[in-house]
Ligand binder design. Sequence first.
Ligand SMILES: C[S@@+](CC[C@H](N)C(=O)[O-])C[C@H]1O[C@@H](n2cnc3c(N)ncnc32)[C@H](O)[C@@H]1O
Length: 267
Amino acid sequence: MTAPWRLSVRSERSSEEREQLLETLRDLPSQLAELRREFGEFRQEFRVFRDLFLSTRQDLWERARTRWKQDEPDTSLTWGARWTGDAFLDLVCSRYQFSHTTRILEVGPGYGRLLDALLSRSLPFQNYLGIDLSESRVQRLKQKYAHDARIQFVVDDVEKFSCAPVDLAISSATFSHLFPNFLAAMASLRRSLKTGAVVCFDVSEGGGGGFQDDGVTFGRSYGQDEIRTLFDGSNFGDLYLDHVEHGRDGVTHKPVAMLFVSCKRLR
Ligand SMILES: C[S@@+](CC[C@H](N)C(=O)[O-])C[C@H]1O[C@@H](n2cnc3c(N)ncnc32)[C@H](O)[C@@H]1O
């Protein structure tokens, strides 16, 4: 027979153990969530390394364009929701004075939200040219704005494109998708900018990047210091950084803010 003092010690220990076990069980969901998050990060990093080791730079450059050459619902171009271009245009207007001689180039107009904002404010301009990788989007945009002779669209790649020099180049939610970064786009854009022309674009803020789970969407985010370093000693000056809050994410309903960058072609 078990001595009574032994029973009491045992039952005290087992209730402590039960408490510890319950504590561990209570923690389990958050530990699992943490493990899942870490695994997701590891998988993403693994993909970046695999992509870098197994592909040539040219492969990756092409791959980063696969999605954009195709078609998709308008909302999936802007975080699953339809946004206006007002917040972006507010910042453009703080950096550039529109006039009846303004020639505008937009890179990646998508469904035309920046142009809609521009037209709804009746801002003056001489002409507007939108270039986009997607033939379907360009067709739709041509139809949508066919009534306005100042507005034109072409299918092209910002890194290969050039046109008669413009006064203002704008681009939203596009430069973060350029592989491996936006420097080639800036070098190419320079050919189509008058000296003193203003460029306004935005990028995701942060650091790092890579291909998303679909294997074709390249995304890169930039830190403010990194942007300053990239522009240091370049042909662009008058660098201005700000934040632009476009709208809400269609799934999480959280506000989506991006880093707004403006500069001028110096030479
Ligand atoms: C995420 S969507 C943003 C659309 C629009 N700017 C907006 O903010 O509502 C990116 C757009 O840029 C276009 N694009 C991506 N890479 C491009 C490139 N290298 N040259 C021209 N257009 C590009 C895509 O086809 C798409 O229309």
